[in-house]
Design a protein around this ligand. Structure first.
Ligand SMILES: C[S@@+](CC[C@H](N)C(=O)[O-])C[C@H]1O[C@@H](n2cnc3c(N)ncnc32)[C@H](O)[C@@H]1O
Length: 259
């Protein structure tokens, strides 16, 4: 027998986001390995535990938290230092995962529950590849509903203008990558609303912003960038004050989408 790893996209916390394929893959799992990111993210851990209780029909599953290694100060790093920092952090996590998995029975199925879809700004597949380079495992990946898709659905828009591209990037890279010809840009991992830097360069762009999309606390704002940026800042600060954290994602397009 070979141990198996199921990398499962779970959507954005609601049981209704989890596909039938993901539920079947969750039901195969004996041990879920979940990084413990500390107090501020414990709600995400609770959401995963709740999903397992709701969607798994056997009782042998177990959720094991793995203490997340120290990540270091990303904001002060340049791009090369950032990549090195992330690589070191992944290796430290991988070492912990390998130790846990190697101690399991040969026929065990291990699960990684990935927020959204594993294909977007998530390192689980890269880490599982590193695990597979060290121990014998079969790997399956199950797609999930991403914040990108839920943002578009909740705003009732297609992301691309007809025949035009969609560019997905991070807040960190937005200002350097944006050009008038780029089409729609979807921005994730933006802790400081980098779109503020486009207000003077592209005030007539259209922004579709969402915090906590697909969750009970969801907030949505859409409009001309220069006109709505102040409201987005205010609502974003409100959500952060209320929850202690905020996850937001937005799309910026040269003109309103879907009209
Ligand atoms: C590490 S990435 C993970 C993305 C995830 N794999 C996905 O497919 O949505 C985290 C970023 O996703 C976005 N995000 C995730 N969940 C979100 C939510 N419920 N509402 C708004 N943005 C969210 C935010 O931009 C956040 O900074």
């Amino acid at each position: 027998m070979t141990r198996r790893i199921n990398v499962i996209g779970i959507g954005l916390g609601a049981a209704e986001h989890v596909t039938g394929q993901a539920i079947a893959a969750m039901n195969e799992v004996d041990v879920f390995l979940v990084p413990d990111k500390g107090e501020s993210k414990s709600e995400l851990l609770d959401a995963r535990r709740q999903l397992c209780s709701t969607l798994i029909s056997h009782s042998r599953w177990e959720l094991r938290t793995i203490i997340d290694p120290e990540r270091g100060p990303d904001a002060q790093r340049d791009a090369a230092q950032y990549r090195e920092g992330v690589a070191a952090w992944h290796s430290a996590r991988v070492a912990q995962y390998v130790a846990q998995i190697a101690a399991l029975p040969d026929d065990a199925v291990v699960g990684f529950l990935v927020w959204g879809d594993p294909a977007f700004y998530d390192s689980t597949i890269r880490m599982v590849d590193q695990i597979a380079a060290q121990i014998d495992v079969d790997v399956r990946v199950i797609a999930g509903l991403s914040a990108i898709q839920v943002l578009a659905a909740e705003h009732r828009i297609p992301l691309n203008a007809v025949g035009e591209p969609v560019h997905i990037t991070t807040g960190r890279r937005l200002a350097q990558e944006w050009t008038p010809e780029i089409g729609t840009v979807v921005v994730m991992l933006d802790g400081r609303l980098a779109c503020r830097e486009l207000v003077n360069r592209a005030p007539d762009s259209w922004i579709y912003w969402g915090a906590c999309v697909g969750m009970p606390q969801q907030r949505l704002i859409a409009g001309r960038l220069a006109e709505v940026i102040g409201e987005i800042e205010r609502v974003r600060a409100e959500v952060r004050a209320e929850l202690g954290w905020v996850m937001d994602v937005y799309a910026i397009a040269p003109a309103p989408l879907g009209r």
